[in-house]
Design a protein around this ligand. Structure first.
Ligand code: ATP
Length: 374
């Protein structure tokens, strides 16, 4: 792929004389990246380093700026402020077709009247690679994305949604890009296929060793696949970390509540301890940096439990079962306690039958609670 790259004026010079192996270098660097439309900042100052071979997912609600960010990374929009560099070279104004990157869309953009093989070989044909070599490479890529060899001559429009997704992936890999970008490629697929392809994409990432940057509005999808997740809100990345970090130590209430069903309730600090609005003390082991005395306690439903009178927990509240919901292998209980509703989830095998209206005690340990700011 031909590349017209401009050197970044203050790009750091390569170090020499190392005795220890150098840490993995960022393949992509974003410094103060903004995209302003009129007086609206769709992307509002992003600083991120993406390492070689990483799988990074940017997740956020509709309108948070994910697509705009990805379009800048892929070369379909230029940033209004900041730098995007690829292996130290400034990319801001380099168009998409001159970047060593490739974008896989939800709409796939396959050539409709061509075969699977012709679609995959497109990039190789442009590079004037001999037909026999092209076919060999296309078949190799088809094996990689788990498409049967017999599909080589099949019209791509006769493929199912999942198969088309694999063709689009193989076609992207045919470019041999340094970085693959994914714009919600699985969002139109049914749940079961989506779950299977999430795992396959993660496998493909490991097998190929390429750098993947993926956007989605689904934190669940991001959790399955990613090495790191960046959570976006109103044009900013409010937290970036491993799935474990994001899940166990959400930076603020927005990130915690983005998980969907979590227990979150307001607390106030008095004399160094946290109290609910009813004046009950709440014991918590983790506290994110919070300014002021008002905050929110977050407890995941799976770490809250219904306890019998002999058991102990750092925090105990009495309530009444309102309803139970089957989540397959787990049961979720909705429990009313005063003005509040708590969600408790437990493995199906671990709970006996509890009837609606029954009085119960719910408990959770300080280690499973975190205090976050807004
Ligand atoms: P979704 O998940 O719905 O695709 P998103 O997180 O990808 O949303 P963007 O498409 O990046 O969000 O849009 C972010 C904000 O920027 C939105 O408010 C959108 O209306 C605005 N925006 C995007 N493109 C333009 C444009 N060309 N001109 C003006 N505003 C734009």
């Amino acid at each position: 792929m031909s590349l017209a790259m401009t050197a970044l004026p203050d790009a750091p010079a390569a170090q020499s004389g190392h005795t220890r192996p150098a840490p993995a270098k960022p393949v992509l660097q974003l410094v103060g990246v903004k995209k302003i439309f009129g007086d609206f900042a769709a992307v509002d100052g992003i600083d991120v380093d993406i390492k070689e071979g990483e799988f990074v997912t940017i997740v956020g609600p509709s309108g948070s700026g994910k697509t705009t960010l990805l379009r800048m990374l892929a070369g379909m929009e230029a940033p209004t402020h900041g730098y995007i560099t690829l292996r130290g070279e400034l990319m801001n104004d380099v168009p998409a077709d001159k970047r060593p990157t490739c974008l896989v869309f939800q709409s796939l953009a396959l050539f409709p009247h061509k075969t699977v093989g012709e679609n995959i070989e497109f990039a190789l044909k442009v590079r004037k690679i001999a037909p026999a070599v092209r076919k060999e490479r296309a078949l190799e890529l088809m094996r990689m994305v788990r498409l049967p060899e017999s599909y080589y001559g099949k019209n791509v429009m006769r493929c199912s949604g999942g198969e088309k997704q694999r063709v689009a992936l193989a076609r992207a890999f045919a470019y041999d890009p340094d970085v693959l970008f994914f714009d919600e490629p699985l969002s139109a697929l049914d749940y079961k296929l989506k779950k299977a392809l999430e795992k396959e994409l993660k496998d493909l990432h490991r097998e190929s060793g390429k750098t993947f940057v993926y956007i989605t509005h689904s934190l669940e999808e991001a959790m399955v696949m990613s090495d790191r997740i960046g959570v976006m809100s109103r044009g900013k990345i409010v937290q970036i970390g491993t799935p474990e970090d994001i899940y166990t130590k959400p930076a603020n209430r927005f990130v915690a509540e983005f998980f969907g069903e979590v227990n979150s309730f307001a607390v106030t600090k008095r004399g160094g301890a946290w109290f609910t609005s009813e004046g009950l003390p709440v014991r918590v082991a983790h506290e994110q940096s919070i300014s002021g005395d008002e905050a929110t306690v977050i407890v995941m439903p799976e770490t809250m439990r219904i306890i019998d009178p002999q058991s102990r927990a750092d925090n105990v509240i009495k309530g009444k079962i309102y309803n139970e919901y089957s989540l397959g292998s787990r049961i979720q209980y909705q429990i009313h306690a005063g003005e509040r509703i708590y969600l408790v989830e437990a493995p199906r095998a671990a709970v006996g039958h509890i009837a609606a209206g029954e009085e119960v005690s719910i408990g959770w340990d300080a280690a499973d609670a975190i205090v976050v700011g807004d």
